[in-house]
Design a protein around this ligand. Sequence first.
Ligand SMILES: Cc1cc2nc3c(=O)[nH]c(=O)nc-3n(C[C@H](O)[C@H](O)[C@H](O)COP(=O)(O)OP(=O)(O)OC[C@H]3O[C@@H](n4cnc5c(N)ncnc54)[C@H](O)[C@@H]3O)c2cc1C
Length: 365
Amino acid sequence: MDFQLSEAQKLVRETARDFVDREIVPHVRDWEAKGEIPRSFYAKMAALGFLGAPVPEKYGGAGMDYVSFALLVEEISRGSSSVRTTVSVQTSLSETTLMLVPLAKGEKLGAWALTEPQSGSDAAGLQTTAKLENGEWVLNGAKRFISNGSIADDLFVYAREPGSKRHEGLSCFLVPKRTKGFSVTNVETTTKLGLRASPTADLAFEDCRVPEGNLIGKRGNGWEQAMRTLNSGRLGIAAGAVGVARAALEAATKYAKERKAFGRPIGSFQLLREMIALLTLRAANLRDLGVDNTMEVSMAKLFGAQMAMRVTDRAIQIHGGYGFSGEFDVERYFRDARVLGLYEGTNEIQKLIIADKILGPSHGD
Ligand SMILES: Cc1cc2nc3c(=O)[nH]c(=O)nc-3n(C[C@H](O)[C@H](O)[C@H](O)COP(=O)(O)OP(=O)(O)OC[C@H]3O[C@@H](n4cnc5c(N)ncnc54)[C@H](O)[C@@H]3O)c2cc1C
């Protein structure tokens, strides 16, 4: 399969590549050790429109097509999967939920909260409630593993109306960070296996009141909304898989040349990466054409996550003991690649989505 990039798309890639080499690569080790990325760095990304890349210009975004966006995300991921996670949550999840000018301009950061302590893959089992009382929604419950949860200004939170079951009665609510009754209860950074510069937070809502107008989209339509948003998010994760694998491949190639050892030829991994890159660009292109790309996105995410594990693992192998030592970046690539098959739908969930698309929906819920 061939994929011709336009001049504009090539320019996005070159700009992103240059930005990553200048603004991410020299700092990434420091950020990972400290468990945070300075807000001033995000201001630099915002200035280039990267925090609202696919959002139309009239909403403050850069108005990029999705192929350009995939190329951008791939480059960012080559530099840092932690930064890529923040960009994914900002653009693919938060801004897909609601196009707000301050988010698209990067003046504010967003977070997107679906997962709960008792419900991850089984998102329809979520228990956080939202009750309409005197013109306000009153939220009660807890969210788990929320990227950007502790640094976001605006949080998009899924909750159900009391008494509703499973897919019914779910809606999405905008909760600004300083809302009374909302708190961040736990932030995991450097203790995680990977993504150590990306805050992963638990959230608590105790009689947290937001205005009635903070309901996003149609009341009770949250399930459909969440699934549509995740489809958008998975495209970014697939592109992220290509980026981290490319970083590992480049590191391994450089090392193999310098080390003059017998490392297994890595050409086959290059081929694998290129195949997934094409799958991702195809899924992005379908989105640009307005065609349903659910299956292609899930395929790109599933195969991308698996490919990134294999490539980063081989990159460590090619480095020998040095690959394990922390002296080289390949160990971070390997650790960061692991989450790709977990968040925004595990590998098993992607297989179910692909099977549903091929065979028709299953009869389960
Ligand atoms: C670093 C990180 C960042 C995250 N960021 C966010 C975020 O910003 N917002 C958010 O809402 N969530 C976020 N998550 C949560 C993430 O999406 C969930 O962890 C994920 O969906 C899996 O849910 P779970 O952890 O509850 O695992 P479970 O759903 O309990 O899954 C456990 C295992 O069972 C398998 N399994 C479950 N159901 C099935 C099935 N029907 N068929 C076959 N196998 C199945 C799974 O594939 C998995 O292997 C994040 C997670 C991590 C680790």
